[in-house]
Design a protein around this ligand. Sequence first.
Ligand SMILES: [Zn+2]
Length: 316
Amino acid sequence: MTSSSGNLFFKQNSQCPLCNDVNGEYVGKVEKIWDETFAVCWCHSCELFFLSPPPLERDINALYADHYWPQKNLRDVAKTFMRTMRVCDQVAYISSCLGEIVNKNILEVGSADARFVGAFSSCNNVKALEPSFRYARYAHRKYGVQLCKDNFFSLQGKWDIILMSHVLEHFSDPRAAMEQAYNLLTDHGYVFVEVPHSPLPDEVAALELSHYLNTAHIVNFRVKSLELLLQTTGFSIHSLVRSAYNLHGLPLSGRKRLKAVLLGAMTPCLGDIPCLLRYIMSVFLGRRKPFCLLPLDASYDNFGDNMRVLVQKNAS
Ligand SMILES: [Zn+2]
């Protein structure tokens, strides 16, 4: 359906892959990530953003296998710091919901550098899937974690907890991904999911929306679409929160740039350094929690606005 010449495939009305509403509205495009350019549609009904049609599974996998590895530049310094802080926060969140995680079988899908799954390395059976060879090599060297390239959809076995941090938005069919997660869980097992929280199309300027959408994400969620996906694939929501970088007390004028720097979306310039250092030092000295919670219906908080959810498998 997409043009091999790189032209944008465009349909006026596209069907939502989540709720099947046929009035998807064209709101942006994804370009210069794959060879083809893809139209991004937005569903008025469930508020899901989706590529219509999505890239081929083969091309999605090739992107991560061949072009995804840890960088060594200034942009990655802040990003690495925030990833470490995020893992601490995610582990604390899971523990606050489920208590201490011991004697469990854990599966992580899309482990990147294995920082997250590494926090559960004392558990019984830990398996981590990562298509990027370079990330797998990095994780083995740095954390001693053995990542494997097994295809998630071909996997067999049962796990008590499945971790999907900033992964679900990269699947061409997130419904199929959650159905496979369901199949791989023990009775009453849990899935932890974290994904970016997206703005409404009219909530941000057109240029900001086009930048937000032009990523390797195949879908982008809001609370409504995430809840719908999880509840219609056999799960009950145990906990759902929104979190953002905790920049209270920092100058208002620099906050948006600082969020971009912390996300790794922007290389810090000299003017960002005082704010960045102030944030990092206050986190290290324990005066500031790196993240704060937002009401589920709060307006879009820009870079770093995430939804975090723990769902439990319903009885089959
Ligand atoms: Zn929909």
